[in-house]
Design a protein around this ligand. Structure first.
Ligand code: NI
Ligand code: MN
Length: 226
C-alpha cells in the first residue's frame, strides 16, 4: 500500500483503488507550499477532530472530488451545512464498513473545536482494517492507556503518530504508544510545522531505533510503500 505525506498530519493512502485522505491542512502550512490541493484526489476524507490544522482544506477537496467526509457526528453536520453532500457520521467506539475496508473510531486525549468556534466533537483516532493492510492513526492525542486496546481490535502493521510534543504527545511518549499498539513501524506526523513542535530528526530516529522501532519521517510530497 502506498502512503503519501502532505505535511503536518495530512497523508493519503490508497486501498483497493480507493483514495483515502486524512486531516487535510495544506494551504495554511508554509512547509507544504509546493503542494497544490487541486492535484489531490480523494474518495474519502477522514477527519480526526475539528482543529484547523486538520481540516482546513477538507471542504475544498471534498467538493472538488465529490468525496465523502468521514468524521465525528457534529463535524459531519458542520460540513453538510457547508454544502458537502456526502458525509458519514461516526463517533468514538463506532465502526463502519466501507468498500476499501473498515474504520473504527477510537479515543484520543486532546481537544476539538471547528474553525468558526462551533463545537468540534470528541477528538478521535482511527483503526483502518482491510484485506491489504491494517493501521492505526492516533490523531492528535496524549499517550493514553486506551492505546492498549488497539491490538485487541486489529493486528496493526504500522501506526501514524504525532511526535512534535507541546500540542500532542512527543517522541518519547510515541515510543510507548508504538509498544502499546504492538507495532515497530511508525510514521511520524505533527512536527516541524511551527517553532513549538520542531524536532531534531536524527535524535528522534535514534530514539525510536533504540527501542527497535523504525520511525519514518517523510518529506512533504513523498510516497512510501508500507
Ligand atoms: Ni488538534
Ligand atoms: Mn493538531
Amino acid at each position: 500500500m502506498t502512503l503519501t505525506y502532505y505535511g503536518h498530519s495530512c497523508f493519503s493512502v490508497e486501498i483497493k483503488g480507493k483514495k483515502i485522505l486524512f486531516d487535510p491542512f495544506i494551504t495554511g502550512n508554509e512547509l507544504a507550499k509546493n503542494i497544490d490541493i487541486n492535484t489531490i484526489e480523494a474518495d474519502y476524507i477522514l477527519l480526526s477532530h475539528g482543529h484547523g490544522d486538520h481540516c482546513a482544506d477538507a471542504e475544498a477537496i471534498a467538493k472538488a472530488n465529490n468525496a465523502i467526509i468521514v468524521a465525528a457526528y457534529e463535524i459531519a453536520e458542520w460540513y453538510i451545512k457547508k454544502g458537502v453532500e456526502k458525509c458519514i457520521h461516526m463517533n468514538t467506539g463506532g465502526k463502519w464498513h466501507f468498500d476499501f475496508g473498515s474504520v473504527k473510531c477510537v479515543s484520543a486525549v486532546h481537544s476539538s473545536m471547528l474553525p468558526d468556534g462551533s463545537y468540534g466533537s470528541n477528538p478521535m483516532g482511527f483503526v483502518v482494517t482491510s484485506d491489504e493492510i491494517n493501521f492505526y492513526y492516533s490523531g492528535d492525542t496524549a499517550l493514553t492507556l486506551d492505546m492498549q486496546l488497539i491490538p485487541t481490535f486489529a493486528e496493526i502493521d504500522f501506526a501514524i503518530l504525532p511526535i512534535g510534543d507541546c500540542l500532542t504527545m512527543g517522541a518519547d511518549d510515541a515510543v510507548q504508544a508504538a509498544k502499546m499498539v504492538q507495532t515497530n513501524v511508525v510514521v511520524g506526523v505533527h512536527y516541524d510545522t511551527w517553532g513549538n513542535i520542531k524536532i531534531d530528526h536524527q535524535k528522534t530516529i535514534e530514539n525510536f531505533k533504540a527501542h527497535g522501532i523504525d520511525i519514518k519521517l517523510l518529506s512533504i510530497g513523498e510516497s512510501i510503500e508500507l
